[in-house]
Design a protein around this ligand. Structure first.
Ligand code: PEP
Ligand code: MN
Length: 360
C-alpha cells in the first residue's frame, strides 16, 4: 500500500503517518519526490486497513499497489532516482552517464594502479574490480579478499575514483561495506535473499546485477528486497542472460533498459563485458547501451588481458577503452546525456604512469 501525502504536507505530518503505520505493525518507507512524499507500507501479509490513515492530516490518498514490487515502482516515485556520492560530483541516474571501468579482479597493486590511471584519464568516475570472485571452478583464482579491498581503497585515494566491488556472502559484505562506495551483488547472487536483505541494511548504495536467467520482474523483486530493508540507493545492472545463441558468452538484453525505466525509478547500467564475453563486441554494445538510454556502463579493462587471472578475453586494452569513451562521448548528447569531463589533474598524468598520489 502507498500513502500519498499532499504536496504541502509538513515533516511532522509525514512523521505522524509513519508512526501510525509502524504502530499497526508494518514498516513505513517515506520516499520524497519532487512534488510530494509518498510512504510505502510493507510487512503486511494481506490488505492494510486504509481507513485510519486516510483520515490523517496531510494525507492526500491511500492507494493499493497491486504490482508485486512496490518501493522500486514508479508508482511510489515518479521521477528518476539519482544516487549521489558525498564529497564528489559523481552521480548515477542523473543526466551524466556513470562510467565504471576496471579489471575483472584485483590481482595486485601494480595491475590495479595501471588500469585505474588509464580509466580515470579516459573519463571513468567509478573503478570496478573484484576482491571476492564468484568462480565456476573452485580451483580458479578466487580474489585477494581483504587485501584486494585495501588496494581498492588506495585507488580511491590516488585517483579520486569511486569504488564498485562485489560481496559474495554476508561475511564479505561486512568488509565490502567498509571499503567500497558501491556494493555489487553479482548475477549468481541475485536471488540470494539473505544477502539482499543484508545489503538492504548497509549504508552504501547497492548495485544488483541481473541473474543469468532472471526475468525483468525477478530483477525488480531483487531490488525490492534491498529497498524493503531501508536502503533506497539501488542501481540495476543488465549483464546478459543465457540463451541458445553461442556467438557470445551471454545475450545482452538491451531491451530491458527502457522496460525497467518504464516501471521503475531506479537507475540501470549496462555491462557489455559479461554481456558479450568478447572484447571485440564490448565497444559496439557500449554504444548501443548509451543509445538505448542506459544510465551508465560497466566495462572490464586490463593492462595485459592475455595474462589476466579472470575474464581476459572480454577485457579491453586501455587504448581500446579510451576509444570507447571517445565514441560514447559522441553518442551521449544525441540522447540528452553528458559525460563528466575528466579532472584536469588526472588528465595531465603522463602515459608513462606518473603516480597520482600527489593529486589527492
Ligand atoms: C563481475 O562483474 O565481475 C561479475 C562476476 O559479474 P556477473 O555477476 O555479472 O557475472
Ligand atoms: Mn568478470
Amino acid at each position: 500500500m502507498l500513502v500519498v501525502m499532499q504536496a504541502h504536507a509538513s515533516e511532522e505530518q509525514i512523521r505522524a503517518v509513519c508512526q501510525k503505520i509502524e504502530s499497526l505493525g508494518y514498516r513505513a518507507h517515506p520516499i520524497p519526490g519532487a512534488e510530494r512524499t509518498a510512504i510505502g507500507v510493507t510487512g503486511n501479509q494481506g490488505e492494510v486497513e486504509a481507513g485510519t490513515l486516510e483520515e490523517m492530516a496531510g494525507v492526500q490518498e491511500v492507494i493499493r499497489v497491486t504490482k508485486p514490487y512496490k518501493l522500486v515502482s514508479r508508482d511510489i516515485k515518479e521521477e528518476n532516482t539519482v544516487i549521489r556520492f558525498p564529497g564528489t560530483t559523481a552521480t548515477i541516474g542523473g543526466t551524466a552517464l556513470a562510467i565504471m571501468a576496471g579489471p575483472c579482479a584485483i590481482e595486485n597493486r601494480e595491475q590495479a594502479g595501471a588500469v585505474a590511471e588509464r580509466v580515470a584519464r579516459a573519463g571513468a568516475q567509478f573503478f570496478r574490480g573484484g576482491a571476492y570472485k564468484p568462480r565456476t571452478s573452485p580451483y580458479s583464482f578466487q580474489g585477494l579478499g581483504e587485501e584486494g579491498l585495501r588496494i581498492l581503497a588506495e585507488i580511491r585515494e590516488q585517483f579520486g575514483l569511486r569504488i564498485v566491488t562485489e560481496a559474495i556472502d554476508n561475511e564479505s559484505l561486512e568488509l565490502v561495506e567498509e571499503y567500497a562506495d558501491i556494493i555489487q551483488i553479482g548475477a549468481r547472487n541475485m536471488q540470494n535473499f539473505s544477502l539482499l536483505r543484508r545489503a538492504g541494511r548497509a549504508r552504501k548504495p547497492v548495485m544488483v546485477k541481473r541473474g543469468m536467467s532472471a526475468t525483468l520482474e525477478e530483477l525488480l523483486m531483487a531490488a525490492e528486497y534491498v529497498m524493503s530493508e531501508g536502503n533506497y540507493n539501488v542501481i540495476l545492472c543488465e549483464r546478459g542472460v543465457r540463451t541458445f545463441a553461442d556467438h557470445t558468452r551471454n545475450t545482452l538484453d538491451l531491451s530491458i533498459v527502457p522496460a525497467v525505466q518504464r516501471l521503475s525509478h531506479l537507475p540501470i547500467v549496462v555491462d557489455p563485458s559479461h554481456g558479450t564475453g568478447k572484447r571485440n563486441k564490448v565497444t559496439p554494445l557500449s554504444r548501443a547501451a548509451v543509445a538505448v538510454g542506459a544510465d551508465g556502463l560497466m566495462v572490464e579493462v586490463h593492462p595485459d588481458p592475455d595474462k589476466a587471472l579472470s575474464d581476459g578475453v572480454q577485457s579491453l586494452y586501455p587504448d581500446q577503452f579510451e576509444e570507447l569513451m571517445a565514441q560514447v562521448r559522441q553518442i551521449a548528447p544525441v540522447v540528452g546525456r553528458t559525460i563528466p569531463s575528466v579532472d584536469p589533474a588526472i588528465g595531465r598524468l603522463s602515459k608513462a604512469g606518473t603516480s597520482a598520489r600527489s593529486l589527492s
